[in-house]
Design a protein around this ligand. Structure first.
Ligand code: 5GP
Length: 212
């Protein structure tokens, strides 16, 4: 087996990080993305938040206690973690690193604090910020979702406008007006990222050395 071919074989997967204010529809976008792109691995976060009525442990989140979460922080098991609306949320380091090392693309749906921690460790990641068509539409969506109490809704709305400024630290911005369109755009981003020269040095070498 040629050297170039070996380099192509061990190419790392792409880490895609999706953020955006609560209620922008990141969860729906993620679900559809996973249906369209079956190669994509969704990283299930760990959280101390109480499960909502429609949520299942091990599918939406790994629900855990504050004590267990703090233990995970100390054991360095989390790639990133943040406190969001009074609860802890974090990403399992082993899940992400194992998949990337095996060449599988991984998607994280995390807040901006966590995304910036990931960016410091994986600058080659792809950072996508989802925005609502307007703040009024965002408020509508959170009310209609009906999963948050009034206090939680007002916290989410007041942080949304502040959080939108963080979009400047991301690589791409996608407006979620229609979910299908937003999903298509993110698929296009992933496709384009896969074609970047820096991600295909092994392939180029293999072609140059006639090793394919
Ligand atoms: P929710 O409570 O609505 O499920 O999520 C609240 C916020 O926490 C969302 O912005 C979501 O993206 C973020 N979040 C979910 N999982 C993680 C995680 O593992 N790490 C970080 N930093 N944020 C997360």
């Amino acid at each position: 087996m040629g050297r170039g071919f070996l380099l192509v074989m061990i190419q790392q997967g792409i880490l895609i990080v999706l953020s955006g204010p609560s209620g922008t529809g990141k969860g729906t976008i993620c679900k559809q993305l996973l249906l369209c792109n079956q190669q994509l691995q969704y990283s299930i976060s760990v959280t101390t938040r109480e499960p909502r009525s429609n949520e299942v442990n091990g599918i939406n989140y790994w629900f855990t206690s504050h004590a267990e979460f703090e233990q995970m922080i100390h054991a360095n098991e989390l790639l990133e973690w943040a406190q969001v609306y009074d609860n802890y949320y974090g990403t399992l380091r082993s899940y992400v690193c194992n998949n990337l090392d095996q060449g599988r693309d991984v998607i994280l749906e995390i807040d901006t604090q966590g995304a910036m921690q990931v960016k410091a460790k994986f600058p080659q990641g792809v950072f996508v910020y989802i925005v609502p068509p307007s703040l009024d539409e965002l408020a509508n969506r959170i009310y209609k979702r009906g999963t948050d109490n009034l206090e939680s809704i007002s916290k989410r709305l007041s942080s949304a406008s502040k959080e939108l400024v963080s979009a400047m630290n991301y690589d791409y911005v996608v407006v979620n007006d229609e979910v299908d369109v937003a999903v298509k755009k993110i698929c296009a981003i992933i496709e384009a990222e896969k074609l970047k020269v820096q991600r295909n040095i092994g392939l180029i070498e293999a072609i140059c050395h006639n090793q394919l």
